[in-house]
Design a protein around this ligand. Structure first.
Ligand SMILES: CCCCCCCC/C=C\CCCCCCCC(=O)SCCNC(=O)CCNC(=O)[C@H](O)C(C)(C)COP(=O)(O)OP(=O)(O)OC[C@H]1O[C@@H](n2cnc3c(N)ncnc32)[C@H](O)[C@@H]1OP(=O)(O)O
Length: 198
């Protein structure tokens, strides 16, 4: 059955007057691994014991590529990926577009279409791109393919990210974690690179 669907809602479609996203001059060259924005991040942190440890790489425009292998502990149904977990992988990939724009942002809205079941051991090939910028709002979309980078689309997402100041990350979280983050010079350096309008 073909399900009629609108790929994106009005909330995640750039409005009239939105600017085309511009790749920041200091954005990493295509193919470069973006690294983790926070070592304890569930999506990308190398120090997270059970996180996704996603490897996300710069594209040639305002876009990124990621590969995510579905593991045993990602199951929802027997031998099948949990949908919420796939959404997390999409969220993380979309969030990393901030490195291409040099903008710190957080997910405001994330819409997901699940088009095909994704089995355990499958590699999800994710391609995300920014589609428009309007004030602090960054519009973006992504698809995840299985069976190869040119395989069928198993999951599609569109999102609205909202630009935030770095204080967003130093005012709302658990105090002990904020303190540890502030004491990490590498993290501070990376975070400050995103502060385009300090
Ligand atoms: C020592 C420091 C070290 C720091 C190191 C960190 C470095 C970090 C670097 C990179 C981070 C990358 C992280 C990626 C991780 C993956 C992504 C995530 O999972 S993020 C977590 C989940 N998301 C949240 O927790 C957001 C919670 N929500 C909020 O905080 C606020 O609601 C926020 C910031 C989204 C907006 O709040 P407002 O008060 O700032 O702004 P308002 O005026 O409400 O919204 C601005 C515009 O956006 C629209 N908007 C906001 N939310 C919307 C929604 N849900 N749907 C539609 N429009 C929405 C509004 O209508 C408004 O539009 P109009 O400018 O008036 O046209």
């Amino acid at each position: 059955m073909t399900v009629p669907r609108t790929p994106t809602s009005n909330f995640t479609t750039p409005p009239a007057g939105a600017a085309a996203p511009v790749r920041h001059p200091d954005a990493p060259t295509a193919g470069t691994a973006l690294g983790s924005h926070y070592s304890h991040c569930f999506g990308c942190g190398p120090q997270h014991g059970s996180g996704l440890r996603m490897d996300i790489r710069a594209g040639e425009g305002v876009d990124v590529h990621a590969e995510f292998t579905v593991k045993d502990n990602h199951q929802g149904g027997p031998g099948l990926a949990h949908g919420g977990l796939l959404t997390t992988a999409m969220d993380e990939t979309l969030g990393s577009l901030g490195w291409m724009l040099h903008i710190a942002s957080v997910t405001g809205r994330l819409e997901t279409d699940f088009l095909q079941p994704v089995p355990v051991d499958a590699v999800l090939h994710i391609h995300a791109r920014a589609t428009g910028v309007h004030g602090r709002k960054i519009y973006c979309e992504a698809e995840g393919r299985i069976g190869g980078a040119d395989g069928p689309v198993a999951i599609r997402a569109s999102a609205l990210f909202v630009q935030v100041k770095l204080e967003h990350f130093t005012t709302h979280g658990r105090p002990a974690d904020i303190k540890a983050a502030k004491d990490d010079p590498d993290l501070l350096k990376r975070a400050r690179a995103l502060e385009v309008n300090p």
